[in-house]
Design a protein around this ligand. Structure first.
Ligand code: UDP
Ligand code: MG
Length: 322
């Protein structure tokens, strides 16, 4: 309890037109904080709301200096808002959560306990999820696809709701990607990470700010950011087409021999057909193979363009800047 009082916990909450939720979230965080004697700051990152969200959080700030505000000049999107919160958080650990109470603050004490055992990231795994059937299915498919095609071990059904230790936050602050995919970057940083199950609640009030288009954009950002497989897929397709063309050429050759020996008749054969099909398929296959090779190079330029540091050191000994 004692060091809980000393340590500062930062909550980072992106908000976009959440006038019905911000005050409720504040109360729920206060209740949780009181129940375990936690010192906290609550950073609302206003992603250029056009309702009265900003007015309400300004009111909260007047009453309680633990509430802090970052307000964007325009709508930059949820993921950028989370990154801005991370840049400004000064806590010993940071908890990122949505404003709509789908991520229950009551789980935070459990996250803090695990953090104290020495974990750097405690992320929430959505054991159950309520709401729109289509969205739920899309999320399920997305997490499985990205898990399969990314060389990183991205956890299934884990969103942005998590606790990050100070050293994770410091590393995240260095990642200045234009289209950040926070849950992927968090996994990329490494150190000791663990998931805890929770039941994702229904949105407390208001409407989801993610429609299918925005959701697909997020999914594409995630996939492009953490896998170059789509770029390289052409090689695979090329090899299949080339193999098919070779098999077809073999089949044609065998048929010719069988005709020569009068084992089968030549009635159904169209002159020149096989040569045409074989050469088109072979050329197409070769084109795809070279497209894939090109993809590999572009993939490398793409990764380089993201300017992620090459590695992150966990510990150093025997150097001057230890
Ligand atoms: N959000 C944001 N900017 C946006 C869209 C959403 O800051 O352009 C915030 C929103 O206020 C919420 C969080 O991101 O706190 C998640 O959005 P939402 O709950 O609408 O997404 P869903 O849970 O439906 O996927
Ligand atoms: Mg939500």
């Amino acid at each position: 309890m004692d060091d809980q009082q000393k340590q500062l916990i930062s909550f980072v909450v992106p908000v976009f037109n959440e006038e019905e939720c911000v005050e409720k979230l504040y109360s729920r965080i206060c209740e949780t904080a009181e129940s375990i004697g936690m010192k906290f700051e609550l950073i609302y990152v206003d992603d250029h709301s056009i309702d009265s969200t900003l007015r309400i959080i300004r009111g909260l700030r007047e009453r309680d200096s633990r509430v802090k505000i970052i307000s964007f000049s325009r709508n930059f999107g949820h993921q950028v808002a989370v990154m801005a919160g991370l840049h400004h958080a000064s806590g010993d650990c940071v908890i990122t959560m949505d404003a709509d109470l789908q991520d229950p603050p009551e789980i935070v004490p459990q996250m803090l306990e695990i953090w104290k055992q020495g974990f750097d990231v405690v992320y929430g795994i959505r054991r159950t999820r309520k709401g729109n059937w289509l969205k739920k299915t899309c999320y399920k498919i997305f997490y499985r696809v990205i898990h399969k095609i990314s060389p990183l071990d991205l956890p299934l059904d884990a969103g942005d709701f998590c606790l990050m230790s100070r050293r994770i936050v410091l590393e995240m602050q260095k990642l200045n990607e234009e289209r950040p995919f926070v849950r992927g970057l968090r996994t990329w940083v490494g150190f000791k990470q663990i998931g805890i199950d929770y039941d994702r609640q229904l949105r407390e009030a208001g409407k989801s700010k993610y429609n299918i288009v925005k959701l697909s954009q997020l999914a594409i950002d995630g996939i492009l950011s953490f896998s170059s497989l789509p770029l390289e897929a052409a090689t695979f397709i090329g090899v299949i087409i080339s193999c098919a063309s070779i098999l077809y050429a073999l089949y044609t050759g065998i048929t010719r021999i069988l005709i020569q020996f009068d084992i089968i008749s030549a009635d159904h054969l169209i002159p020149g057909w096989a040569t045409l099909v074989c050469s088109i398929m072979l050329l197409m296959g070769l084109q795809f193979i070279f497209l894939g090779i090109l993809g590999k190079y572009v993939g490398r330029i793409f990764t380089q363009g993201k300017r992620r540091p090459l590695y992150i050191v966990q510990e150093k000994q025997g150097f001057e800047d230890d």
